[in-house]
Write a protein that binds this ligand. Structure first.
Ligand code: FAD
Ligand code: DHB
Length: 403
């Protein structure tokens, strides 16, 4: 079967679904092709922190109803070291900006519902997805329910994540790769326990980093720094709770509430950028182009800002025939990406213990955190990056009102 469309989108993660809906709002047609099932995509537990700009974008796009109702707005966060929690008042330091805790899987669920409502095509469980013709006449080929499909389009959006095919289809030598891996990963759990604090707690501890977060008033989300590629079998539930208690219990007695663990997994950590984010008529967006270590909570938010820039560029092309915004796409996105890379690297290296670190490094980290939590200037710097730096693309220029 042959499908003719304007933009062929590979991947129905946050980047692909957001782009599809932004294009729909501009009357631009797209086909989304995803190789996993709908349930798999919706159930995948990942990020949870939305920057103010991401929240504003989802609301301006008309997909913020459940987010507004169920998202947990946080005006501050805690940084804990030497068993003391220090609050950083994000809202006060940034003129009222904040973050919202709302699971990535909920964002994806809302966007899939919105896509279904538009009646525009979204194929799940597509097999043997391949792309071709990115230099002149792009096509996406795949099999679906036994049939062969071909999507002929003006442009391809490669929104297929770090392990996808789009970045890998760029000829060797046309991309520059910048990469750093870290000698640790994160063990993440969801527990049936009401959060014991109403804001996030980032904890530095000699035994390694720990993070307290949440998903709702009855579900706590927690992370532990562990060796990279740590088999999850090494961590029975009792061992997880022991380690959480050891790292997170504060001098004032604060500790996370415990409960039944309903999900656990280990994620490796890396910093990665592929440049440029365009090859001919294909644009890379989100994790397909860049990965940040999760400590700065930037991955999902970067995906959202990429597609806002791409949607403006495609709208400029279809409405006015202009190509300058398409030509600028990669540079505009990379500038924000590198700032997020720097922030995520800094959060990661300040809060985690590295295997080669000695007593000097421990004291240096404590001094860094002592300065951070004692200086309004340092806290403001963290706060403005954590809630999200201003976008270079206004909602108005992307065809949305508000923001
Ligand atoms: P993805 O969400 O990866 O979406 C890509 C989509 O493309 C997927 O649905 C995939 O199935 C599909 N796809 C892949 N290959 C193909 C193909 N060949 N054909 C068709 N479809 C394809 N960030 C945080 O801020 N905090 C966290 O705690 C955090 N935890 C994470 C845990 C894990 C295991 C991972 C992988 C990421 C985590 N992130 C976290 C990062 C954040 O989730 C990502 O930055 C975000 O998902 C990026 O969205 P995306 O749409 O670009 O990519
Ligand atoms: C969460 C994830 C992060 O990477 C982070 O920095 C803060 C919170 C979360 O899953 O809630």
């Amino acid at each position: 079967m042959i499908h003719q469309t304007q933009v062929g989108i590979v991947g129905a993660g946050p980047a692909g679904l957001l782009l599809g809906h932004l294009l729909h709002l501009h009357g631009i047609d797209s086909v989304i092709v995803e190789n996993r099932s709908r349930d798999y995509v919706i159930d995948r537990v990942r990020a949870g922190v939305l920057e103010q700009g991401t929240v504003d974008l989802l609301i301006a796009m008309g997909v913020g109803e459940r987010l507004t109702r169920c998202g947990l707005r946080h005006n501050g966060l805690y940084v804990s070291f030497q068993r003391r929690r220090h609050r950083i008042d994000l809202a006060e330091l940034t003129g009222g900006r904040a973050i919202t805790v709302y699971g990535q899987n909920e964002v994806v669920r809302d966007l899939i519902d919105a896509r279904t409502g538009t009646g525009r095509p979204l194929f799940f469980e597509a097999e043997d997805v391949s792309i071709d013709g990115t230099d002149s006449s792009p096509v996406i080929r795949f099999r679906h329910e036994g049939g062969e499909h071909e999507v002929r389009c003006d442009y391809i959006a490669g929104c297929d994540g770090f392990h996808g095919i789009c970045r890998q289809s760029v000829p060797h030598g046309d991309l520059t790769i910048y990469e750093r891996t870290y000698p640790f990963g994160w063990l993440g759990i969801l527990a049936e326990a009401p959060p014991s604090c109403d804001e996030l707690v980032y904890t530095h501890h000699e035994r390694g980093f720990a993070l307290f977060s949440m998903r709702s008033t009855s579900v706590t989300r927690l992370y532990l720094q562990v060796p990279p590629d740590e088999p999850i079998e090494n961590w029975p539930d009792d061992a997880i709770w022991n380690e959480m208690r050891t790292r997170m219990t504060a001098a004032d007695g604060w500790a996370p509430n415990e409960g039944r663990i309903i999900q656990k997994s280990v994620t490796p950590m890396r910093s990665f950028v592929a440049a440029p984010m365009r090859h001919g008529r294909m644009f890379l967006a989100g994790d397909a182009a860049h990965i940040v270590p999760p400590t700065g909570a930037k991955g999902l938010n970067l995906a959202a800002s990429d597609v806002l820039v791409l949607a403006r560029a495609l709208r400029g092309f279809y409405d006015q025939g202009r190509t300058d915004w398409l030509d600028e796409y990669s540079d505009v996105c990379l500038r924000r990406t590198w700032r997020a890379q720097r922030f995520s690297w800094w959060m990661t290296s300040t809060l985690h213990r590295f295997p080669d670190d000695g007593p000097f490094d421990l004291q240096r980290q404590i001094a860094d955190l002592d300065y951070l939590t004692g200086s309004r200037a340092a806290m403001t710097s963290l706060a403005e990056q954590y809630v999200g730096l201003p976008s270079e693309v206004s909602f108005e220029s992307a065809g949305l009102s508000g923001g």
